[in-house]
Design a protein around this ligand. Structure first.
Ligand code: ATP
Length: 725
């Protein structure tokens, strides 16, 4: 490994950095960071002030000075930011073959990889609240059991419903980012600790119980969900029993999005720096904290970051290069801070009023078309949404206009399980399986139907679903043999087995029966067969499954009985009402916000039928064609439809922000400062043009728009451009 001579900069190199980027000349501030001798360099700066670019310069400089790319690691909070930095290395002119060898990853991914090395194997990863919820329920049941055994059982708040479980899981994640261990001090009680943490006693008791379960029976951690790895690694590194486990020894450690760090990720970073005796450079912007839900802890970072380190240089990047003075001034007004533009460009900022969502979608589309008409690249235009479920009207408008769109941070609403499920219902009602193109899509539809009918099927049975998806006859058999048939004890048992296991079980039964017969034990044979007969005929479905089955049968009848020339949306509205999807969503999804999304995406789906005005069969045909068209459009340049979180770190020639209404952005019920940070992130993604879509009624307009003091910013911006520097 290349050691200490690799980064400290000789005076000659300081005067003229050896790495020269392509396409721009670094400012003195950038050069200072690129070539600095200090072991720790920290740069906090505004949006667009070249943080990512300068970190890329620093990396390229290290490589130019002989550090192997493999000895450099970039850590970020979001995967997108890691990708952006890796791309930026190439954009500034570092050879792609070198850039690709630099490890750019998230803190949690890094922690997961490190734990895999330390523990010598993979730990199952649960990637959603839905996947973790059964463990929470089991822990609640265990706590209730233990509590009942006490001489005087305590009154504990324990989550029962999905929404409460979601709240608990969010709280548990916060505790972990703060490195709150489940263990108690000597003589400390659970109630005392809960009190100190300012959380209900039951919540802390459950946190302890769940962590105990996750810890496994002494044979290692039994599962992890998001951010658990960072917490586990931080705990392991800080355990204090002997030397900490070895981490990969990096010579240069780079952190982008520094503001999103928390005590757990900081603990991992400190060890990484210490073990590799690494040089550190980090950059961030406190106004871009939008991940407090995931433990981003500004006060901790402000007060602790680098506090115990020696040889720390805090440097600044004062100019934004992303946009011209008008936008810089609007941002300065919005965040009440100094923002200076280093770009001579007259940014266009337009505010447009809309009457309703459909109108906002049409105006968004008009902006995109105008951008395209002026010869600008579609993929340099982004529509940024506060909430993923606001995409529906816009997706419909883009699709109808033949504009291809790619999504980040959200799922196209056509692929949401509730819409896939409805498409399955339509296909079954019309007996037109071809309306769902391709076996892959049909498989997704079958899986969505399973989910919505609240049926469980062993993962090993996915193969059966795949086969059903390829053959129309089996697709139909799935409807009658699985979805519309009351589940029996035998079905239940079979569902838990793979196809091979089921065959083996049947074979075992036959062998047993024939052996008993050979041995003349007829009574036992009869008993065996009676048991089997009973299992095959005893209905064993939950009330929810029965309700879902009857509702599905009724919805199919409604669609089949619809007059052939009736516009599809009327029959669909009746079917959707019968399916009662909102209530089912509240049961299936852990986060209550999901139930709202379900209602909105179904409404969007029915709305596309309403606008088309055609009968069901033609609507199904249109869906198929629309889907094929979409796939075709995606191969060309596409406009980006994304959430604020996904847009972070990126930049676009044109940015459109629709639905800027009080209650929608800022989103009702969310922390106001964080909402303001989100708006700051979203609006500062623009390079040349920004469109702000606001409601017609002035009283409903998002206060964020007024806070930008646009008229003033644009007038002063123009003046700045006209005045020679
Ligand atoms: N010296 C320079 N001259 C001109 N343009 C520059 C210079 N340095 C960086 N840029 C450009 O400025 C823009 C913003 O840079 P960058 O993305 O690095 O900012 P950032 O601070 O990381 O932004 P954010 O935090 O908002 O994601 C990019 O288009 C980049 O190419």
């Amino acid at each position: 490994m290349i050691r200490s001579s690799s980064l400290p900069t000789p005076d000659s190199a300081r005067a003229s950095p050896r790495f020269q980027p392509k396409g721009f000349i670094p400012t003195d501030e950038q050069t200072e960071i690129q070539t600095n001798n200090a072991r720790h360099v920290i740069a906090m700066a505004n949006a667009g002030a070249a943080k990512t670019t300068t970190l890329a310069l620093r990396i390229a400089e290290s490589i130019t000075r002989g550090v192997a790319p493999e000895h450099i690691v970039v850590l970020t909070f979001s995967a997108e930011a890691a990708r952006v930095l890796q791309r930026r290395l190439i954009e500034i002119g570092l050879e792609a073959r070198l850039a690709r060898r630099v490890r750019c990853t998230t803190f949690d991914e890094f922690a997961r990889d490190s734990l895999r090395d330390i523990e010598g194997g993979d730990t199952p990863f649960l990637d959603s609240f839905e996947a973790v919820a059964p463990h929470v329920r089991a822990a609640v049941a265990e706590l209730q059991r233990l509590n009942a055994l006490r001489a005087t059982p305590r009154e504990l708040w324990l989550p029962e419903h999905n929404a409460q479980i979601a709240d608990f899981l969010k709280l548990a994640r916060q505790l972990k980012t703060q490195l709150v261990r489940p263990t108690l001090e000597e003589d400390e009680t659970i109630a005392e600790r809960a009190d100190a943490l300012d959380i209900p006693e039951g919540a802390f008791a459950l946190y302890r119980q769940l962590e105990k379960e996750r810890d496994g029976d002494g044979d290692g951690c039994s599962w992890r969900s998001g951010f658990d790895a960072t917490y586990d690694l931080a705990c392991l590194l800080g355990a204090g029993e002997g030397p900490p486990p070895a981490l990969p020894k990096y010579r240069v450690v780079i952190v982008d999005e520094l503001q999103d760090m928390n005590p757990a990720s900081y603990a991992c970073l400190e060890q990484l720096l210490a073990q590799g005796q690494a040089f550190f450079t980090g950059a961030g912007d406190f106004d871009q904290v939008i991940h407090r839900w995931a433990g981003a802890d500004v006060s901790f970072i402000r007060s602790h970051f680098g506090a115990g380190w020696r040889n720390v240089k805090r440097l600044t990047l004062t100019m934004t290069f992303r946009h011209g003075p008008a936008m810089a001034l609007a941002t300065a007004a919005f965040k009440a801070k100094a923002v200076v533009s280093g770009r001579d460009h007259a940014a266009q900022i337009a505010v447009e009023r809309y009457v309703d969502d459909a109108d906002a979608a049409q105006r968004t589309l008009a902006r995109v078309l105008d951008w395209q008409r002026r010869g600008r690249r579609l993929d340099d235009c982004a529509i940024i949404l506060r909430s993923a479920d606001e995409s529906i009207a816009i997706e419909n408008a883009l699709l109808e206009a033949g504009i291809g769109c790619r999504v980040e941070g959200l799922e196209p609403y056509f692929l949401r399980p509730e819409v896939l499920m409805l498409r399955g219902v339509i296909a079954f009602a019309l007996e037109d399986y071809e309306s769902i193109p391709g076996a892959g899509k049909r498989l997704q539809v079958l899986q969505a139907l399973e989910l919505w009918q609240e049926l469980s099927w062993a993962t090993s049975r996915v193969e059966d679903l795949k086969i059903a998806a390829t053959q129309p006859e089996l697709f139909d058999a799935f409807l009658h043999g699985r979805l519309l048939k009351a589940q029996t004890l035998a079905d239940q048992a079979a569902a838990a087995l793979s196809a091979d296991e089921e065959e083996e079980a049947a074979h075992r039964l036959l062998s047993l029966a024939s052996r008993l017969r050979r041995e003349g034990r007829e009574a036992e044979v009869r008993l065996l067969l009676t048991q089997q007969h009973r299992a095959a005929h005893t209905v064993a479905e939950t009330p929810a499954q029965q309700y879902a089955r009857l509702r599905l049968a009724r919805a199919l009848e409604i669609l089949r009985d619809a007059p052939a020339d009736e516009p599809a949306h009327l029959a669909l509205e009746r079917a959707v009402k019968t399916l009662d999807l909102k209530q089912v969503a509240q049961r299936i999804f852990i986060d209550p916000a999901n139930a709202e999304v379900v209602v909105r995406s179904i409404a969007g789906f029915v709305d596309s039928a309403r606008r088309l005005g055609k009968p069901l069969r033609e609507f199904a045909q249109w869906l198929r064609e629309a889907e094929e068209k979409l796939a075709e459009l995606r191969k060309r340049k596409t406009v980006l439809l994304c959430t604020v979180e996904a847009a972070k770190g990126q930049e676009f020639g044109a940015v459109i922000l629709p639905f800027l209404e009080e209650g929608r952005f800022p989103l009702a019920g969310c922390d106001r400062t964080e909402e303001s940070n989100r708006f700051y992130v979203a609006s500062t993604r623009m390079r040349d043009e920004l469109t702000l879509l606001v409601p017609d009624a002035a009283a409903r307009v998002s206060p964020f728009v007024a806070a930008m003091k646009l008229e003033q910013a644009m007038a002063r911006g123009r003046l700045q451009l006209e005045t020679p520097r």
